[in-house]
Design a protein around this ligand. Structure first.
Ligand code: DNO
Length: 350
């Protein structure tokens, strides 16, 4: 396992040199943020990002994300051109030494929460999802924007997209995903890139728009679209794990042992009734997921890929990008590294 940390490039308020000081940290997960979705990332930009990261003594092997243009997901007439651009990005990233590309196929909205600053009993704040609050969040009528969302659309464009997805439905989205996967994977294989799709977060339909990367059955269906190690998953404990339907430890065992998991996001969530959930600290007793069991499963199946701590709470007065402060993510990563070390030690002793 190689521990990594997400960094948002020059706009990120957290200096790379601070990330370097987290014990056990080996690499940065990042992306090119100033090229519009659908366009080609210049090789020079990728190389300069890599140099900046390597200068502080960290590696740059995982990109998160190369976003998929909505017209590819909708299967519109310009998709072939957009897919060609996506393929150029895969080639350029491979040339710069990248090994894994994380992406998602969520229509319009990436990860969705209903409140970003819910105060917990210990005074920290966290991201939560409450169905009651979601009802007030109709994107077609309210002014709504979350940190992970593409905000480059006007209200009218957004509403048009939403209507198109409602008409497309789940099966239409599967068809467009299959079309995309079958075009890009032969190139990913050729240049040695592992593509790692991120599950939908939360893993169920929201705002009447389809979501398909949600559970074991759909992960099986996804992997079968193109049967190759290049076509893999970003196993995200917080996304899949907030549904009671998903047994995350079982999913780790199943997909890691099949060599389809080059990258994982680990964080904890506290599942409440009625599909509500709160993001908790990584520490197992605070959430519904057991990080020891999860890491044990990764190790038992011979995992040698990249892991990053996912969202953290805001603690110690830190402000910044919700979910992406330094302190709690650093605590999370060291906690995970400690569990991993213990697992390795217990094997040596046997
Ligand atoms: C949330 C992240 C996601 C992820 C994308 C991958 O914090 O895990 O936004 O980066 O879904 O494309």
């Amino acid at each position: 396992m190689k521990m990594t940390f997400r960094w948002y490039g020059k706009e990120d308020t957290i200096p790379l040199s601070y990330i370097r000081q987290i014990p056990g940290m080996t690499g940065i997960v990042s992306a090119i943020y100033d090229v519009p979705v659908g366009e080609i990332w210049p090789l020079a930009k990728i190389k300069s990002l890599k140099e900046e990261i390597e200068k502080v003594g960290l590696e740059f092997k995982v990109v998160e994300s190369v976003p998929v243009h909505e017209h590819i997901k909708l299967g519109l007439s310009d998709r072939d051109q957009l897919i060609d651009n996506y393929i150029e990005n895969i080639k350029n990233l491979a040339e710069a030494g990248i090994e894994v590309i994380c992406y998602n196929f969520m229509p319009v909205f990436d990860w969705t929460r209903t409140q970003l600053d819910k105060k917990l009993a210990d005074g920290s704040t966290t991201l939560v999802y409450y169905q009651e609050q979601l009802k007030q969040m109709d994107p077609e009528t309210s002014e709504l924007a979350l940190p992970g969302w593409d905000t480059s659309y006007t209200k009218e464009e957004l509403n048009e997209l939403i209507t198109k997805y409602k008409l497309l439905g789940e099966e239409g989205l599967w068809e467009n995903l299959s079309y995309f996967i079958n075009k890009i994977m032969p190139i990913a294989e050729e240049v040695g890139i592992k593509m790692a799709i991120h599950p939908d977060d939360p893993p169920w339909k929201i705002f009447g728009i389809p979501r398909i990367i949600t559970n074991e059955r759909n992960l099986d269906r996804f992997l079968a679209l193109y049967d190759s190690e290049a076509n893999g998953l970003t196993l995200c404990s917080g996304s899949l794990g907030c549904s009671k339907e998903n047994d995350f430890v079982y999913l780790v065992r199943k997909f890691v042992s099949r060599n389809r998991v080059p990258f994982a996001h680990l964080r904890n969530v506290k599942i409440l009734d009625n599909n509500d959930f709160e993001e908790s600290a990584h520490y197992s007793p605070y959430g519904s997921l057991n990080m020891v069991d999860i890491l044990q499963a990764f190790d038992d199946c011979g995992f040698s890929g990249y892991i990053r701590p996912d969202h953290g709470r805001m603690i110690w007065g830190e402000t910044g990008k919700p979910g992406y402060g330094l302190y709690d993510r650093a605590l999370g990563s060291v906690y995970l590294t400690g569990i991993w070390e213990t697992i390795q030690r217990s094997k040596e002793e046997k």
